[in-house]
Every structure is written in structure tokens, then in C-alpha cells.
Ligand binder design. Structure first.
Ligand code: PLP
Length: 330
């Protein structure tokens, strides 16, 4: 229908602004996980370096392997960042044609220095041909990611994290370099084939049925982002992050993320004092709030997470802190 093409046509330039790119932002009716698969299926012929420092980056490693791609893993202790020099050292062999990295590890509250890592990749022996694949799922729209300026190849996200929309949509910025690479890669699959997705996007269409109701919501939310101003939006997240860390320290709680790498969208606290997170959440739920237990078997109850992303405001955080304090005081 022409109305559908009009809607996608309205959305495209706004999405490109949010991803800070002049190339293209593909849209899919899936969650972000779909574009994990898409990124590795479309851009890897030789071998990927999967950078792992938490549960999500580890799952992307698994997705790489399950899609039959050769890989090696660069893993650091969870809670620590991936650093550019570690990546440079591993890429020195010239064997890799892609790296996967999670910008904002939602499971550990660590923000990886992706701009510096991308520079290290480009300085590798075959740096110009290495695909830099970035999971920015809980980052983009809350954390600045400059797709073109950082020279990335794929940056993907979902609608339900920092975009603060209902779940069901995924977006992926894709560079011209990655599109050229895709032409050389056999078995790109069907649903997440970048070439067919891009061909349709140029006509403001999608190859399969678009999730129209969610696209209407996206159109409204993108207007809200731009009305707030992207820089203001990033600053609001940083202020909520700083306040959350300060408040947590006042409670005597250590951070799980290494100092200097704390995520602007989610704070992960080391639960050394053994707070019963499910009891706390039961109390918070009655007041219409909720926090998150540690993610996955390795971090559950050992850590807990306070989100400060999307449309949350400082006043929401203050309300949450008062509620948690009153719970702790019994
Ligand atoms: C939530 C999340 C995912 C998975 O995204 P879905 O939309 O649930 O498929 C991947 N990576 C990170 C960093 C996440 O926070």
C-alpha cells in the first residue's frame, strides 16, 4: 500500500540520524537476535573474532558458531571491558575477516570502547577488509554511537531497549563495505539477506510483511528523540547513570563494571551484601516499579541491575531509590 511506503519513507531518514549514518538502516520484524544471525551470515567468509565479556556477547559467539562460521574467541573476565590493544594483538595474524563486539553489555553494565576498538581493527594488517559487527542493543538512542565516523560495518539494535518501544522490531545500520562483502558470501539465508532487505528498503518496502503497527509507534518515538535532541538524550542517560552510581555507593554497594567503563543505560551492582532480589522486586512491583536480577546463571543473585534507559527521567530514578531505601529499612 502507498501508505506503508510513505511511513517507511518517513522513518528512514530519522533512523539514519539516530544511527549517525548516511548509508542505510535495515528494518526487520524480529527481535535483535535476528540481526545477530543476519550480521554473521552476510559478512563472513573466513573467520570471526568474537569478543566476549558477558552473557550477550557470549550468545553472539554461539550464534556465529551455529551459523557454521569459523571463529576464535577473545574473552575477558565478565565485568571487564574489551580493550583495543587486545583486539589488535589477536588481529595481527591477518586471518580474520570480521569481529563481533557488544557496545553495551547489558548483562554486566560494561560499555566497551567501540570507537577505539574500531581504530585498532582498521590498523590491523588486513584492517580495511575486516567487518566490524557491533551489537548496540541496549546502547543506541541512549549511548552515542557514530556509525559513519567510527567506520563500523554493522550496528544492530532492538525496539524494546533504549528505544523504549514494544518488542518486535530490529534495526541494523549496514555500511557500503558490508553490502559489497555480502555479494561475495554464499548462503546468506533468506529472511535476513542484506541484499534483498536493502533492495526493498530503497523502495520503502520490506521483502516480507512489515510489522506496521510497530512502525507507526517507531515513527512517533523517533520524532520524540529528535524533539528532545540526541545530545540531550545522551546527556540525560549519563546524568541518570552518574546519580545511580553515586546512590549505590552511598548504600555501600560496589559496582560490577570496571571503573571508567560503566554503562550509561544500565548499572550492574555487585550483590556482596546478599540482598534478596526477588523479595525486593515483589515489594517494588506493588509500587509499579521493578529492577532486574543478575542476567543468566553466572550472575543471578550475585549481581542486580538498575536500568536507566529509554524514556526514564531522573525523577523516576529518585522515586526508585526512595522505594529501595524504605524496603531496606524494613
Ligand atoms: C537484549 C539484548 C540482546 C537480545 O536482543 P533481543 O531483542 O532480545 O533479541 C542482544 N544483545 C544485548 C546487548 C541485549 O541487551
Amino acid at each position: 500500500m502507498p501508505e506503508s511506503a510513505e511511513l517507511i519513507g518517513r522513518i528512514n531518514p530519522k533512523l539514519r540520524q539516530v544511527f549517525m549514518t548516511e548509508s542505510r538502516v535495515l528494518i526487520s520484524a524480529s527481535s535483535g537476535t535476528g540481526f545477530w544471525e543476519g550480521a554473521v551470515r552476510n559478512t563472513i567468509n573466513r573467520k570471526a573474532l568474537n569478543c566476549v565479556n558477558g552473557a550477550f556477547s557470549d550468545r553472539w559467539r554461539e550464534v556465529t558458531e551455529l551459523n557454521g562460521k569459523a571463529n576464535e574467541v577473545l574473552e575477558v573476565e565478565w565485568g571487564q571491558p574489551i580493550l583495543p590493544e587486545m583486539v589488535a594483538e589477536r588481529l595481527a595474524t591477518g586471518e580474520f575477516d570480521a569481529i563481533t563486539i557488544v557496545h553495551n553489555e547489558t548483562s554486566t553494565g560494561v560499555l566497551n570502547p567501540v570507537a577505539e576498538i574500531a581504530q585498532a581493527v582498521r590498523s590491523a594488517p588486513n584492517g580495511d577488509e575486516i567487518m566490524i559487527l557491533v551489537d548496540a542493543v541496549s546502547g543506541i538512542a541512549g549511548v552515542k554511537l557514530e556509525f559513519d565516523a567510527w567506520d563500523l560495518d554493522v550496528a544492530l539494535t532492538s525496539s524494546q531497549k533504549a528505544f523504549a518501544l514494544p518488542p518486535g522490531l530490529a534495526f541494523a545500520a549496514v555500511s557500503d563495505r558490508a553490502m559489497e562483502k555480502a555479494k561475495t558470501v554464499p548462503n546468506r539465508g533468506y529472511y535476513f539477506d542484506f541484499i534483498t532487505l536493502d533492495k526493498s528498503l530503497q523502495k520503502n518496502q520490506t521483502p516480507a510483511t512489515p510489522a506496521l503497527s510497530l512502525l507507526f509507534a517507531l515513527d512517533v518515538q523517533l520524532d520524540a528523540f529528535l524533539a528532545e535532541g540526541l545530545e540531550n538524550r545522551f546527556a540525560r542517560h549519563l546524568a541518570m547513570r552518574d546519580r545511580t552510581i553515586q546512590w549505590a555507593k552511598e548504600q555501600g554497594w560496589p559496582m560490577f563494571a570496571a571503573p571508567g567503563y560503566e554503562s550509561p543505560t544500565v548499572t550492574c551492582i555487585d550483590n556482596q551484601s546478599g540482598i534478596d532480589i526477588s523479595a525486593l522486586n515483589k515489594y517494588l512491583r506493588e509500587k509499579g516499579m521493578i529492577i532486574s536480577n543478575g542476567y543468566g546463571s553466572r550472575l543471578k543473585n550475585k549481581t542486580f541491575r538498575i536500568a536507566h534507559m529509554g524514556d526514564l527521567q531522573m525523577s523516576d530514578m529518585e522515586e526508585l531509590f526512595v522505594a529501595i531505601e524504605s524496603y531496606l529499612q524494613g
